[in-house]
Ligand binder design. Structure first.
Ligand SMILES: C[S@@+](CC[C@H](N)C(=O)[O-])C[C@H]1O[C@@H](n2cnc3c(N)ncnc32)[C@H](O)[C@@H]1O
Length: 237
């Protein structure tokens, strides 16, 4: 399944929450939306500004959007934002979602696309073992070099949070099967792990990571790798 299927974007006012690599901002602009794109990191925004034409960018913390009026947006889209809210996670998730609720028009849509690579009876997304192993190794390597990590949040927890904050008709879709990981994407993750390994000082730790990476990449060559555990939640104000 593709992202944001059947979400009417043309001429709609859309908040792209967490600009990041600019992928979603460009996608929304191409589909004719009027886009406001927000990220906490000014360097990220600099990189994105020259890739788009009409988008309005703001540097801000999504847990405090008082410069935006209430009841304004048709849609708020979070493409891999939730798992990046890793500091003060529990506090921030509800404050961020509360702000989204406030800035959405009545009957506006919140769409949350994210990653949850755990087997869980209430998780609709299927997992690809190779992809999950590589993801975990990469996260662990970031943690070891002290550069933070992502915290995946279960769709079930988000559903509960959304309901408590007043959203209704909440549905969770599994996007996994259609999202194939091409070789160059696998290689770019392999490269990231290698760079992190090179920054480790402990020789035995280095070797353990190298061996694990080699094993995972060998498994990847032997099978088609899919993006494990991607879900999309839609919720309405
Ligand atoms: C994985 S990226 C998002 C990818 C992007 N949506 C895309 O489609 O390419 C997550 C982004 O969320 C931003 N972010 C994390 N916490 C934030 C916060 N509290 N307020 C605003 N942006 C935040 C990070 O700076 C990062 O750029």
């Amino acid at each position: 399944m593709e992202k944001l299927k059947n979400v009417e974007l043309k001429d709609k006012l859309v908040l792209d929450a967490g600009t990041g690599a600019c992928g979603m901002t460009k996608f929304l602009e191409k589909r004719g939306a009027e886009v406001v794109s927000i990220d906490i990191d000014e360097d990220i925004l600099k990189g994105c500004r020259y890739q788009t034409e009409e988008v309005q960018f703001f540097r801000a913390d999504l847990s405090d959007l008082k410069f935006l009026r209430s009841n304004t947006f048709d849609h708020v889209i979070c493409n891999f934002l939730m798992s990046a809210l890793s500091q003060n996670k529990d506090l921030i998730i509800s404050t961020v979602i509360r702000e989204f609720y406030r800035v959405l028009k009545d009957s506006g849509t919140l769409a949350i696309i994210d990653y949850y690579p755990f087997k869980d009876t209430k998780n609709p997304a299927e997992l690809d073992e190779v992809q999950v192993e590589l993801w975990r190794l990469e996260n662990a390597s970031f943690e070891l070099i002290g550069e933070g990590h992502l915290e995946e949040i279960s769709p079930e927890k988000l559903n509960k949070e959304l309901k408590e904050l007043g959203f209704h008709d909440i549905e969770t879709l599994d996007l996994t099967k259609e999202v194939h990981w091409p070789t160059d994407l696998l290689r770019s993750h392999e490269q990231t792990v290698k760079e992190n390994i090179n920054r480790l000082e402990d020789q035995r730790m280095k070797e353990a990571f190298e061996n694990r990476l080699e094993y995972i990449m060998k498994s990847a060559e032997e099978s088609k790798v899919f993006s494990g555990g991607i879900y999309e939640i839609r919720a309405y104000k």
